[in-house]
Design a protein around this ligand. Sequence first.
Ligand code: F6P
Length: 296
Amino acid sequence: MTDTDTTDQVESIAAAIDAVVDVVARAAPEIRSGLPGRRVAAEGQNPSGETQMAADVFADDLLCERLGALDGVGTYASEERETAVDVGSGVSVCVDPLDGSSNLEPNAAMGTIVAVYDGPLPAAGRDIRAAAYVLYGPITTMAVAREGSVTEYVIHEDADYDVLTEDVRLPDDPTVYGFGGRVPHWVEPFEAFAADVESDPSLKLRYGGAMIGDVNQVLTYGGIFAYPTLSNAPEGKLRLQFEGYPVGYIVEAAGGASSNGRRSLLDVEKDDLHARTPVYVGNQELIDDLESRFAE
Ligand code: F6P
């Protein structure tokens, strides 16, 4: 809600967010049960040049159809399609239908991410009004951030869902870290930061290869997740509109911090729908330390 939004606009955005969250939660068991036969590559690549799995395409089609049908949703965009789809008038919804789908073959955790923006795409980070992710782990859970707080739900097989934890906060004492990217491609400031993290006896490595799984453990145990800038990919791997903004918004709403190495992810601006950004999220003191390395 911007300063100029009227009460009606504020209410209609809130109603659209309720509806988006409800659709994503209720679609989750269907997406999950659709995975077993779809652990194979589809024909195409996504706009970032990655091989699409049949499950990516399935989840994208399903969410586009359901979210696109909602009153109050104007645009649907996803990591799996080149351009945004005009579906009516209202908020812009950006989705990563199946985050970490390379974990399909080894049967490890994956997620679905959704971000709701009050504005056209590509949106600015400060246009984000809500973000949520579903985590397909041993159980299916969902974290929803809006209005500065995060609620965690459990989603049942019959698509009903219940609150597990209100006002989720990162624990004060961090214990886990997970860093992506090939180590030989880490740049010197990050290498130095990682070496200090690795030598801290209160921290241990936990990296699963699906951002949502890795971020959810930071939310649970405290710590830091990074997909850093790389010498061969200065903007890293993760996409700002679909991954960077929503995860930054969620972690900040849970009392943590987010960064691209220099500033909050929410203050990073890019004019390409599929633009990438380095992503660092976690406890404030770890992000402060990380940023100080890039400032040197
Ligand atoms: O969306 C990209 C993604 O699957 C993220 O979920 C994850 O953090 C990252 O890629 C893993 O990349 P890598 O295979 O390089 O560790």
